[in-house]
Ligand binder design. Structure first.
Ligand code: SME
Length: 156
């Protein structure tokens, strides 16, 4: 497919419904992980213009910064630390409406107000997390969770 993304306006569901097949198109035929994570982060950032969208990948006993879009970020996060390390430990999606109220939140950017972190599974085993930060409070809900989980399940 062409490498241009078609940006759709409208409610969140409409935006995801337009984006999903485009991401599927970007991933199809490409098996390189870095290429695919890079395009997912770029597509999400371009569609939603969130503050930060990116991956942390499990390498030995830490999460290590992977492909992302947005301001520079901390490079390593231990299991159980911050929202990302907690999502890893619990192997669960975490939605944080106000990052200041999440004990142990790691502030990579002072502009970040709310956050969603989702585990990425490969063959039933957690391999990393997707982290999305917004400069608005309470920007994420279960609609984001459902669609972002669908996108993560597409990673070959
Ligand atoms: N806020 C995250 C750290 C990563 S940055 O937001 C990009 C956390 O608490 O784990």
């Amino acid at each position: 497919m062409a490498e241009d993304l078609t940006i759709t306006r409208g409610d969140k569901k409409t935006q995801y419904e337009s984006l999903l097949p485009q991401i599927q198109g970007l991933l199809s035929g490409e098996t390189n992980l870095v290429a695919n994570l890079g395009n997912i982060a770029a597509a999400l950032k371009e569609q939603f213009n969130w503050l930060w969208v990116g991956f942390y990948w499990i390498i030995e006993d830490e999460l290590v910064l992977g492909p992302f879009q947005g301001p520079v970020a901390c490079t390593r996060i231990k299991k159980g630390r911050g929202v990302c390390g907690t999502s890893w430990e619990k192997e669960a999606t975490i939605i944080v409406a106000d990052v200041e109220k999440f004990p142990g939140h790691i502030a990579c950017s002072s502009s970040s107000k709310s956050e969603i972190v989702l585990p990425v599974f490969k063959e039933g085993k957690i391999v990393g997390v997707l982290d999305v930060d917004s400069s608005e409070l309470a920007d994420f809900d279960t609609v984001d969770q459902v669609y972002l989980e669908k996108i993560l399940a597409m990673i070959p």
